[in-house]
Design a protein around this ligand. Sequence first.
Ligand SMILES: Nc1ncnc2c1ncn2[C@@H]1O[C@H](COP(=O)(O)OP(=O)(O)OP(=O)(O)O)[C@@H](O)[C@H]1O
Ligand SMILES: [Mg+2]
Length: 341
Amino acid sequence: MLVLGLETSCDETGVALYDSERGLLADALFSQIDLHRAYGGVVPELASRDHVKRMLPLIRQVLAEAGCVPTEIDAIAYTAGPGLVGALLVGASCAQALAFAWGIPALGVHHMEGHLLAPMLEEQPPEFPFVALLVSGGHTQLVRVDGIGQYELLGETLDDAAGEAFDKTAKMMGLNYPGGPEIARLAAQGVAGRFVFPRPMTDRPGLQFSFSGLKTFALNTWQRCVAAGDDTEQTRCDISLAFQQAVVETLTIKCKRALKHAGMKRLVIAGGVSANKALRVSLEKMLGDMNGNVYYARPEFCTDNGAMIAFAGCQRLQAGQHESLAISVQARWPMEQLKPL
Ligand SMILES: Nc1ncnc2c1ncn2[C@@H]1O[C@H](COP(=O)(O)OP(=O)(O)OP(=O)(O)O)[C@@H](O)[C@H]1O
Ligand SMILES: [Mg+2]
């Protein structure tokens, strides 16, 4: 089954062609980062308008790269939520219009299910069941995964998502948006031990997270340095390292707990923060010590992309799921509401 996947939930227009027999044939992405940088975050109206501009040229590009013509496409998968409603509506209307014109089915895909299944596009995909850590700009969740659509939420953040904390910490030190890759870059030059940040909620049982206090701790630390005339590049690097170490260690402690709770030794990490090298190293060490394995996608498939939507959609479309021509999206959408395959 050849599936065209469209992703427009936030500030990236992603398009891909995935074939159930041949794998990923082509994928293309247009990132709006430059458009939103001046505002230090995503401006929803600008995002929607830009998706409108990029969608059809990207579809043409992907078809050309794969050497395919529209009549070969069997179905269309698009992100139906969660995300920015205006942005989601661009992908949904485009998908439904093309599906109607081409006489093929369309299916709305859950954005976080897309992230969750992205590591299955890699050469050694994880087998079910496993524990998943979803760490992105809008989510920090631990999920028990018994199969596609069989999700049990084990814990999540009570306030900021891990990626959001990276972005806000970077912004307060005057770094570029998105902050995650910037903090990771500066942390590589940081001096360990100059600053020590707390590991939130690790001193009590449970699988919940809280990252807003860590962000405030970073702000107070930075402001103290500014007041002392020590707002140098090295200080930014040292704070970046201390912040990253705190996030990584906190996530590692909670993943270990979740695996123990579920009685499992397979961990999947997905979403933008799963591209973080220090996090991968720390989790690999933890899983290595317990004879387990950690799975993640290549860096470009950790952040938003069309390939994960084409792949997730293909699994469900092959099982016969599809939708009416109604154009319907959801800004909020708990993953536990999804139908099992
Ligand atoms: N190397 C990295 N280290 C830390 N964080 C990173 C890294 N690369 C990307 N990020 C963070 O990942 C986030 C973007 O990921 P993603 O695209 O999955 O999130 P989103 O789509 O905005 O949110 P959601 O998927 O929850 O709707 C940003 O917060 C970004 O700073
Ligand atoms: Mg995302």
